[in-house]
Design a protein around this ligand. Structure first.
Ligand SMILES: Nc1ncnc2c1ncn2[C@@H]1O[C@H](COP(=O)(O)OP(=O)(O)O)[C@@H](O)[C@H]1O
Ligand SMILES: [Mg+2]
Length: 250
């Protein structure tokens, strides 16, 4: 899993958006968004409602653009669902929107069956995944009885089991206790594929190759992590000091 040669490279999955627009119920949620990057660790920051979760759904092909071109590793993830399933795993912001099966075993097995694995192979891989996270005892547990953080871990394990080349994480640490967060972080540190990580916490995005700052569905900045983060934090503090609270809502 952990190839030292790969750790040195910052080259990852190619992501190309050209003038992408997305309109939902008459509202321009993503507006003429263009970017071209292939870093292995891309952080995404931005205020509530700036379009971060929507962008993650576009990149994983769950929704289509209204106009413009979008490519992940050379294919359009909405049009080529098979390739998207193989290449991209999305961890939803809210695990309740992701989990569809009653038990942990069924939830983790589903993705592998979709990839074409037979029942025996899928079950073997799921048990290996549970064991890698020290959660063998979860296989027959009902997802509905798990905490928010535990559900998040189930969702992450089901994505990781599918071995995608790109994992998109939409605020993955929200609601996790410190040991679980550390466990997830350790896993992410060893993941040799590409990561797109949406977070509000600067600490989560340390050592990332680039940061994308979204503002009202557009790119406010894309570039060196430290530089973009300090500009973002300065802008957010300035807004927070503003007397006009309407500025803070979107
Ligand atoms: N399905 C939807 N229906 C209506 N509005 C939506 C829908 N999805 C997103 N939006 C709107 O798009 C904007 C961006 O939302 P979102 O991508 O969730 O932002 P973020 O994740 O940055 O907080 C918000 O104003 C939100 O209300
Ligand atoms: Mg969001």
């Amino acid at each position: 899993m952990n190839n030292p040669a790969e750790e040195l490279t910052t080259i990852g999955c190619a992501i190309r958006l050209d003038q992408v627009c997305l309109e939902i119920e008459g509202k321009q949620v993503i507006h003429q968004l263009s970017l071209d990057t292939n870093v292995r660790r891309l952080g995404v920051i931005g205020r509530n409602g700036s379009g971060k979760s929507t962008l993650s759904r576009l990149l994983s092909g769950l929704i289509d653009t209204t106009s413009g071109q979008l490519e992940i590793a050379g294919f359009n993830p909405f049009k080529d669902r098979r390739a998207a399933l193989r290449e991209v795993g999305l961890l939803f912001q809210n695990p309740d929107h992701q989990i569809i099966f009653p038990t942990v075993l069924e939830e983790l097995t589903f993705g592998l069956r979709q990839l074409g694995q037979d029942k025996t192979e899928a079950k073997k891989n799921v048990l290996e995944m549970l064991s890698a996270f020290g959660k063998e005892h979860w296989q027959d547990v009902h997802c509905s009885t798990l905490s928010h953080g535990q559900k998040h871990l189930v969702c992450l394990m089901s994505i990781v089991a599918m071995k995608p080349n790109l994992i998109i994480l939409d605020e993955p640490f929200a609601g996790l206790d410190i040991p679980t967060k550390r466990q997830l972080q350790r896993y992410l540190d060893t993941f040799s594929g590409s990561l797109i990580h949406i977070s509000h916490d600067p600490d989560d995005l340390q050592n990332y190759d680039q940061l994308l700052w979204l503002e009202a569905g557009q790119v406010a900045a894309l570039g060196d992590s430290d530089e973009v983060m300090s500009r973002y934090l300065a802008a957010m503090h300035e807004l927070g000091e503003s007397d006009d609270i309407s500025d803070l809502s979107s």
